[in-house]
Structure formats: structure tokens, C-alpha cells
Design a protein around this ligand. Structure first.
Ligand code: DGT
Ligand code: CA
Ligand code: CA
Length: 533
């Protein structure tokens, strides 16, 4: 998506200007980048209509750079900045916990110009005694330099599976703890996860840490202390475990869930009210009041609880303040899974669907698929569960004659074999005449990028968007969901199941959609629609 690509370029400019010690410009670029990230309309379109200047925070100089980027795919100013800085210093800046300001100090004050030089400087003791660099911080620098700038991120569903297994393994050791959960980007349902952050309370912290570092899935122990440990799993994923005091669990959970930007904004708000918030609790007039529950952090600021999925400092605090947060997903359970391809028996699917609380399952008709026959509602074993018949075709079909309209309950439309999604040639008249709900699916197959999705056409033709969670990744970014929702497009969540047990992923799909600001009314729910037949 061109908006996001450009935003990342602006962030890079801001970082490089920070490295130069510029004072106000970096923040101006970051502000503009954030605005672009949240702009629903494609920049190409805005530009064509000469409306770039009307985007808040985008002045004349930035307009020129945006136009340059749209025309040439480059920003000369950024290229100049890139060549003006030693690449090693840029790598320093990208290390975890460093950032441009620290990299600048290391570079100018100590002549350290790369991660390798940083390790040498630390080992020679050249950082000791330097203002602002305590022993702890220096140790973190060294660890970050060894790890290097680019850790690979893993897909949300994989991270969730690893975390579930880890929590189960820890429980199976029999070690005692009271609370144990994950925080960080996994809890925020970010599409990819850098590392896992576990948080616990326990009557015996040391025993819990000990059991944790000895789990069979642990490859090596990077750090192990009284209340905190960091390990590398055999799968390559890093996991931090922190054991905190029970009275501070809520504050710690809020702190380690992040995102960092959200927390900064929350703490700034607190300071304006003469409060200070950290991972232990809330301090008022010099007295620390611990926060056992996370919601206390928000209620002390007179805010409703903001769910982790939204904590990206992308308007959620303002929305909470004005009562405009999307409906919280705990109040609405997923009701349907419409994207099942199977050639096996139906009964195990219906059973599994019922177990995760679904009331409707949709089977995509293909040669060899099970015959639903007249059995539209299965009442065996209690709660009734509806079985629907779907049909999947390429969205670019120009003729709707091949679609067995009278036999199907809904339509799934996917990109064509080349990955293109051409909604202009879609026969939307036929779809609306047959009154069949239709959804765009398999967004993960879209090439080259989703920037060309015509939200206006989708909304006009009442096409819904599939937000799916597959085995190893998600079908689309939540930023795309946000654009869909803003354009009035409804969301159809799917666990993209290959096996019956995959149906459980539907919760993750719901959370991901919520992360894209989809509220209750934005979800497609077949039970609220009268079905034909
Ligand atoms: P990841 O692991 O890259 O997918 O993303 P996160 O958000 O899990 O980041 P991580 O693991 O570095 O830190 C977990 C949370 O801890 C983060 O979201 C906010 C909090 N946190 C960590 N370091 C800092 C920090 O230096 N300042 C602030 N304000 N919060 C931090
Ligand atoms: Ca993390
Ligand atoms: Ca971490």
C-alpha cells in the first residue's frame, strides 16, 4: 500500500534527522507519517484530485516529497540523508533499545560507529562512567548488539500456538504460580510478533523462573535472575518471563502489553493530572498505589478500558475519551465459519463448530464435497447448528452463468490466478439480483499489494471482506480492516480451517478484526439475515 510505504520512508527520514541532532523536524515527519498510515484513501487518488495539501500535517514541502515519491518511487532527500550517515551507525540506531538519539551519542562522544564496535567498546570498559549509561543499560546494549538489528518476526497464529504450548508446559511442571499470561505484541494481536513477553505472579518466583528456563522447548538461556529470565526457544523465538508482585500485576500487564507509543501517551496524560504511572502502579502526591487489575490504569484517567488490540496510539485514547471505541469483542462471540473446504464427513465439523460456540457452518461446494442434501439444520447433540452452502469463484468472472445461484447461500470471490482482484468487471448486478451475500476472500493471494482494492466498489456492491487466520499467518493486516470498516465494508471472519480443530482460530480472527476497529455492527452475521430456502 503506497500510503504505508510512504509513511515508512517518512519515519526513516525522522530517524536520520534525529541522528543529526535536529530538534523539531523529526517530530513533524513522524506526525505526517502517522497521518498517512491512517489515511483511508489511496494517496494516488488524493494526488490526482489535487487534495494532498488538504491532509492535516502535510505542508508544501511534504507535498512535493509525496509527489516525487508517487512519480519516481524515490525521495531524493531521503537518499541524500542515507548516504550522509555511515551504515554502521544506522545499524546501531536499529538495535533494540537504542534508537537514533543514543546511536548519535555513541557515535559522536565515543566514536562507536557499528554494533561490532559497540561490543568492543563495552568490553574495553569505554562506556563505564559515561553519563546516562548505567551498568544495566550497558549490559542491554551488549545483548542488543549481539542479537543484531534484524530479528525475524513470526506470524500471529504461530506465536499464539507457541505461547499456548509454553503456558501448558509450565503448568504441567507443577510449579506454583497464581497468574500467568502473555503480554506484548501477541496480546495486542499484532500480525507478526518479535518476541513473547510472559508475566506471572507466584509465591515462589525463583522456583517459577527455574522451571521456566528448564522447559524442554528451551534451546538456550540468555539471562536468568530472581524475577526475570530470557530464553531462546528451539523454534528460534525469544521469550521473556517476568514475575511481579501480585499487587502490581495490573500495572505490569498494562506496561508490558504496550505498545510503547500507547504507553507514552497514557503516561503523558497521567502527568497532566499529577499522576505518574509505571509498571508497579500509580503514584499520586508521592504515594504509590499499586494496580492489581489492568483496568485501574485506565479508570484513574477517567477512561473506559481500552482492549489490547487497539493500543497502538492510533486514535484509541481519543476515541476512548469521547466514547467512540468500537464495541468490545468479549460481548459478541463469533457465530459463523463460512470458509470450509472438505471432502470428508460433515458431522465432525458440526460437532467441532458447536464446541467453539458457532451456530452456522458454511461448506464450499466443490466436486467431491459432501452432499448437504436437505440437512440444513443439525439438531443432534443439543444446540442446533446451521449448515450453509457456499460457492467460490474468481472475482473477475465476467459471466455469472456458471454459478448455481439457486443452490447456494453465499458466494466467495477470490483474486484470479495472477493475484489480481478486478472488481470493475465483476457482475455485481447478478449478485444483488440473486440476493446472495458475497465476500472477497483469499486476500493473502493478492499481488502485488492490497493498495488497489476499490473500497468504494466493495461497499456499493455490498461485498464483505474475509479476515482470516491461517496456520502460519493472517490473510490481511488490521490496517486494511480499518480501511474496509471506514468504507462501510462488512467483515467476515474465518479460521480458514483445514482440520476441525482449526475452527478454534476463529477467536483470533475476531480479535484481529477488532484490531482493525471492527465493532459488532461491522461483522457479518448470517443469523441476522433471512436466508433463502
Ligand atoms: P515485538 O516483540 O517486537 O513484537 O513487540 P512488543 O510490543 O511485544 O515489544 P517488546 O517485546 O519490545 O516489549 C513489550 C512491551 O513492553 C512493549 O510493548 C512496551 C513495553 N516496553 C518495553 N520496552 C519499553 C521501553 O523502553 N519503554 C516503554 N515505555 N515501554 C517499553
Ligand atoms: Ca514482544
Ligand atoms: Ca520482549
Amino acid at each position: 500500500m503506497v500510503n504505508e510505504e510512504l509513511a515508512s520512508k517518512l519515519y526513516e527520514i525522522a530517524d536520520l534527522l534525529d541522528l543529526d541532532g535536529e530538534r523539531f523536524k523529526p517530530e513533524a515527519y513522524r506526525r505526517a507519517a502517522r497521518v498517512l498510515e491512517q489515511t483511508v484513501e489511496d494517496l494516488e487518488l488524493i494526488r490526482r484530485e489535487h487534495r494532498l495539501g488538504s491532509i492535516p500535517g502535510i505542508g508544501e514541502a511534504l507535498t512535493k516529497k509525496i509527489e516525487e515519491y508517487l512519480d519516481t518511487g524515490k525521495i531524493g532527500y531521503l537518499d541524500k540523508l542515507r548516504t550522509a550517515h555511515p551504515s554502521g551507525v544506522v545499524k546501531l540506531m536499529r538495535l533494540e533499545g537504542l534508537g537514533p538519539k543514543t546511536a548519535r551519542r555513541l557515535w559522536l562522544e565515543l566514536g562507536v560507529a557499528s554494533p561490532t564496535e559497540l561490543i568492543h567498546a563495552i568490553d574495553e570498559g569505554r562506556l563505564s562512567g559515561v553519563k546516562g549509561f548505567g551498568t544495566k543499560r550497558i549490559a542491554q546494549f551488549r545483548e542488543a548488539a549481539i542479537k543484531g538489528p534484524n530479528r525475524e518476526r513470526i506470524g500471529l497464529p504461530v506465536a499464539q500456538a507457541v505461547a499456548d504450548q509454553l503456558l501448558k508446559d509450565l503448568a504441567d511442571t507443577g510449579v506454583s504460580y497464581d497468574r500467568l499470561t502473555y503480554a506484548g505484541s501477541l496480546r495486542r494481536r499484532r500480525e507478526t510478533v518479535g518476541d513473547l513477553d510472559l508475566l506471572a505472579t507466584s509465591p515462589k518466583p525463583a522456583a517459577l523462573i527455574d522451571a521456566f528456563v528448564k522447559l524442554p522447548s528451551v534451546e538456550s538461556v540468555k539471562m536468568s535472575g530472581d524475577t526475570k529470565a530470557t530464553v531462546l526457544l528451539k523454534s528460534g523465538l525469544q521469550v521473556d518471563l517476568r514475575v511481579v508482585a501480585p499487587e502490581s500485576f495490573g500495572a505490569a500487564l498494562q506496561y508490558f502489553t504496550g505498545s510503547k507509543d500507547h504507553n507514552i501517551q497514557i503516561r503523558t496524560m497521567a502527568l497532566e493530572r499529577n499522576l505518574s504511572i509505571n509498571e508497579y502502579g500509580i503514584t499520586r502526591h508521592g504515594t504509590l498505589v499499586r494496580a492489581k487489575e489492568e483496568a485501574e490504569v485506565y479508570s484513574v484517567l477517567d477512561l473506559p478500558y481500552i482492549r489490547p488490540e487497539l493500543r497502538e496510539n492510533s486514535g484509541e485514547i481519543e476515541a476512548a475519551h469521547s466514547g467512540e471505541l468500537p464495541d468490545q469483542p468479549d460481548s459478541f462471540l463469533p457465530s459463523a465459519e463460512l470458509h470450509i473446504h472438505t471432502s470428508g464427513a460433515l458431522e465432525p465439523w458440526l460437532e467441532a463448530g458447536r464446541n467453539v460456540g458457532l451456530d452456522t457452518l458454511g461448506f464450499v461446494l466443490t466436486p467431491g464435497a459432501p452432499d448437504l442434501g436437505g440437512a440444513r439444520v443439525s439438531r443432534s447433540n443439543g444446540t442446533p447448528i446451521h449448515a450453509l452452502r457456499g460457492w467460490e469463484v474468481e472475482a473477475s468472472i465476467q459471466s455469472s452463468r456458471e454459478i448455481p445461484w439457486t443452490e447456494i447461500d453465499y458466494l466467495l470471490l477470490r483474486p484470479d490466478a495472477s493475484g489480481a482482484l478486478d472488481l470493475e468487471v465483476l457482475d455485481s448486478t447478478a449478485i444483488s439480483e440473486h440476493r446472495v451475500p458475497a465476500f472477497i476472500v483469499h486476500l493473502e493471494e493478492l499481488r502485488p499489494s492490497p493498495s488497489k482494492i476499490r473500497w468504494d466498489l466493495m461497499s456499493q456492491a455490498s461485498l464483505g471482506l474475509e479476515v482470516g487466520v491461517m496456520d502460519d499467518r493472517v490473510t490481511c493486516e488490521s490496517s486494511l480492516v480499518r480501511k474496509a470498516v471506514t468504507s462501510g465494508v462488512r467483515i467476515m471472519i474465518s479460521s480458514r480451517p483445514l482440520r476441525t480443530q482449526d475452527l478454534r482460530r476463529i477467536m483470533l480472527a475476531r480479535d484481529l478484526a477488532y484490531r482493525g476497529w471492527a465493532g459488532r455492527q461491522d461483522f457479518y452475521d448470517p443469523s441476522h439475515t433471512s436466508l433463502p430456502g
